[in-house]
Design a protein. Structure first.
Length: 167
């Protein structure tokens, strides 16, 4: 296998890793430094990026013929995150209810005062149907930014993977 092809495959593995690390860095920075509290769907949306980091690192260390499979798996992770972001936008816009039980308010009917206090979470819970805006004055929610980012990464990666035969 020629060295140019080898480095192209590994460069794509590095690109997947860096793109996923960047997405997680933005989300974690917004949470820990920006004071934004993630909802349950936000936490789910982070998992495809974590798995994409793994796929990218695997593509970096495997021989090229196996690394290609890891690259395609990394693409699948970005597509999966696009789907999660689309579901989250639908919940924010009121198009449908969240598929996660954590996004719904618990029923407190019939509970005593002590039971109500015991049912309170340790920290405030962010509802999934309330959009969170990262940039003041820009009415694009974090979920919408995530969708734009994940779809863009998916298209670019798909184009690069199909540009020429990799193995």
């Amino acid at each position: 296998m020629n060295k140019i092809l080898l480095s192209r495959i590994h460069a794509l593995g590095l690109a997947i890793t860096l793109a996923a690390v960047f997405a997680l860095a933005v989300a974690l920075s917004a949470q820990y430094f920006g004071g934004l509290s993630p909802c349950a769907l936000c936490l789910v949306a982070r998992w495809p990026y974590r798995i994409a980091i793994f796929a990218g690192v695997v593509a970096l260390v495997l021989p090229p013929r196996y690394a290609v499979a890891a690259l395609w798996f990394g693409l699948l992770c970005f597509v999966a995150d696009s789907a999660v972001a689309w579901v989250q936008i639908g919940v924010e816009m009121g198009w449908w209810k969240s598929p996660l039980a954590e996004c719904s308010a618990p029923s407190l009917a019939g509970l005593s005062g002590a039971s109500l206090l015991a049912a309170l979470p340790d920290r405030p819970v962010t509802p999934c149907d309330a959009p969170v805006y990262l940039i003041p004055g820009l009415k694009i929610s974090m979920a919408a930014m995530n969708l734009i980012y994940a779809v863009t990464d998916s298209f670019v990666l798909a184009k690069l993977l199909t540009y020429r035969k990799l193995s």
